[in-house]
Design a protein around this ligand. Structure first.
Ligand code: AMP
Ligand code: FES
Ligand code: ZN
Length: 303
């Protein structure tokens, strides 16, 4: 197969786009998709400072490298979850990557915050993954606001977004459907959240990471039974196979026509948000959810 742009031997086939590219033209295509997403949704400009949440996986590291290559001002943020072996490996991947490419990195250690995930797991009687996600988002937000960054970027790709949207559509979750997308504005104590990889599939970010020689963390979290939305992703893989372009059109169609139909159905509306008495994050209670988890961990330690 030949590259669509330059007619050299193709290295990456993209059935969704009915095309194939050689290495250089694929990297150019990837850059253009990222830049197009950023500009189309006015996520940020080259004058802004962006904080990029780096898990050590292929998506977030690819995003960071591409933002730096495109000339955006990007600083990495890694949240070290304090899980033996797995967190050490993930953190080392992120640190080595940033050192190799001369990129700025900030690290939050949950153990130093009294929130090491193994301790949280023992102290709280809910599934640890959802609490872990909440803790990560809490620190993403705090670090972005405290550091004066314009936006907080995550490495969510098209497959992540489609699978999540699909799951929420199956449940007709109005709060979610009213308020989801690749660029959520800063308001009410929340930093702007952006997902510049939302138009690129998991396969495309994996191909990018491979072609750029990015060493990434591949191990699954020891506490989660598997990646999230695995069965929905499989289903969408089949749909895409039979009808290339389905994922992008489902997601873009939602942004254009679905989301506006659910405007103002936000579950949070009606709740008065105020600053947490301990950390200042927005919450509807005296203490925010993360400070309550921290208190539960401290109590368990003390008792
Ligand atoms: P996940 O929910 O694990 O698929 O992660 C989605 C996105 O969240 C990643 O692409 C990262 O941008 C970010 N992320 C996840 N875990 C971490 C972490 N421990 N530290 C920093 N960012 C993270
Ligand atoms: Fe948070 Fe597994 S419990 S990544
Ligand atoms: Zn708090």
């Amino acid at each position: 197969m030949k590259c669509r742009r330059c007619k050299a031997e193709a290295e990456v086939a993209l059935p969704s786009h009915n095309t194939a590219f050689c290495r250089d033209c694929f990297l150019l295509y990837f850059s253009r998709q990222v830049d197009h997403a950023i500009r189309r949704h006015a996520m940020f400009t080259r004058a802004d400072r962006v904080l990029v949440a780096l898990s050590g996986g292929k998506d977030s590291l690819s995003l960071m490298l591409e933002l730096a290559n495109l000339g955006y001002s990007a600083t990495g943020l890694h949240v070290d979850l304090g899980i033996p072996v797995s967190s050490e490996r993930a953190r080392k991947r992120v640190e080595d990557f940033c050192a190799m490419h001369g990129l700025d990195l900030k690290v939050v250690e949950l153990a130093a915050e009294g929130l090491a995930i193994p301790e949280v797991k023992e102290a709280v009687y809910r599934p640890v993954c959802s609490i872990c996600g909440k803790i990560k988002r809490h620190y993403f937000n705090r670090m972005a606001l405290e550091g004066g960054y314009t936006a907080l970027a995550t490495g969510h790709n098209l497959d992540d977004e489609v699978a999540r949207l699909f799951a929420n559509t199956l449940r007709w979750d109005e709060a979610y459907l009213s308020d989801q997308g690749p660029c959520l504005p800063d308001e009410g104590g929340f930093a702007r959240k952006v997902k510049p990889l939302y138009r690129l599939s998991e396969f495309e970010t994996a191909a990018y990471a491979f072609l750029r020689g990015i060493e990434h963390h591949k191990d699954a979290c020891p506490y989660s039974p598997g990646a999230s939305f695995t069965s929905h992703k499989k289903l969408w893989g089949e749909l895409e196979w039979k009808s290339p372009g389905s994922k992008v059109s489902f997601y873009e169609g939602f942004l254009e026509r679905g989301r506006p139909a659910f405007a103002d159905r936000d579950r949070e509306k009606g709740f008065e948000l105020r600053p947490c008495a301990s950390c200042g994050s927005p919450t509807s209670q005296e203490l925010c959810g993360v400070c309550r988890v921290r208190a539960a961990v401290a109590e368990r330690r003390g008792g």
